[in-house]
Design a binder for this molecule. Structure first.
Ligand code: PGA
Length: 254
């Protein structure tokens, strides 16, 4: 069985000092735990990337940007390029998080350009997709996922990619998918994304779930064979909660 992937998405939270303290403590906890557990990744604000990279250097924790631009350099005030994210120590980047789609008008075409740019620099993209409450209520979930995949992954052939299924209605709301909803969406994503990405991508593809994951529901989500890991926002801000989720994931993969 593949080890689950757990990504802490801090969003726009934590000063450099807070980030470094958390990363140092997490590294210590993982070293204590010993045996290879889940793959643990921190997705931190740009300001904390380099300092956190220095703390986790040589260990097993991965570092992820929360967003990247589609160009390597240029007149794009306020943006960060995949080249710069890589240079700061990232091995992965989120792409198309629903908060980017909602607040910064990122559509599927932009996601596609960013995805290609991330791959060009050897960053593993974690492409976020998911339906709104209205779309789910009007039975459009699979249609929305299909369109986000078809446009977002257009022309991309790679196995080095993860997809995060993050229903917009579940993010930061305390609502989560039922096991049946997770199963249906994840299976659909694996099949559609696998066909688009080509080769043996379908079996290698990791499909993560995100949206109000907590220590109380992580184990049952991870128990779903189609759920290869979790993207955790609010509950990853406290090391106590995130490390509890790591412990549960270690149990589920052993
Ligand atoms: P949440 O956020 O866990 O706070 O719902 C998840 C995400 O946005 O990635």
């Amino acid at each position: 069985m593949r080890a689950p992937v757990l990504i802490a998405n801090w969003k726009m939270n934590k000063t450099v000092e807070e980030a470094v303290r958390y990363a140092r403590d997490l590294k210590g906890l993982l070293e204590q735990a010993g045996a290879p557990g889940p793959r643990v990744v921190l997705s931190v604000p740009f300001t904390a990337l380099r300092p956190v990279a220095e703390v986790i250097a040589g260990g097993a924790i991965g570092l992820c940007a929360q967003n990247v631009h589609w160009e390597d350099r240029g007149p794009y005030t306020g943006e960060v390029s995949p080249l710069q994210a890589k240079d700061a120590g990232c091995g992965l980047t989120l792409i198309g998080h629903s908060e980017r789609r909602q607040h910064f008008a990122e559509g599927n075409e932009l996601v596609n350009r960013k995805l290609a740019a991330a791959l060009r620099h050897g960053l593993t993209p974690v492409v976020c997709i998911g339906e709104s409450r209205l779309e789910r209520e009007s039975q459009k979930t699979l249609r929305v996922l299909e369109e986000q995949l078809a446009k977002g992954l257009a022309g991309i052939k790679t196995e080095d990619i993860m997809i995060a299924y993050e229903p917009v209605w579940a993010i930061g709301t305390g609502l989560t998918v039922s096991p049946e909803q997770a199963r249906e969406a994840h299976r659909f994503i694996r099949q559609k994304a696998g066909a688009l990405l080509g080769g043996s991508a379908s079996s290698a593809l990791r499909v993560l779930y995100g949206g109000s994951v907590t220590p109380a529901n992580a184990a049952s989500l991870l128990a779903e064979p189609e759920v290869d890991g979790l993207l955790i926002g609010g509950a990853s801000l406290k090391l106590e909660d995130f490390s509890e989720i790591i412990r549960q994931a270690a149990g589920s993969s052993s």
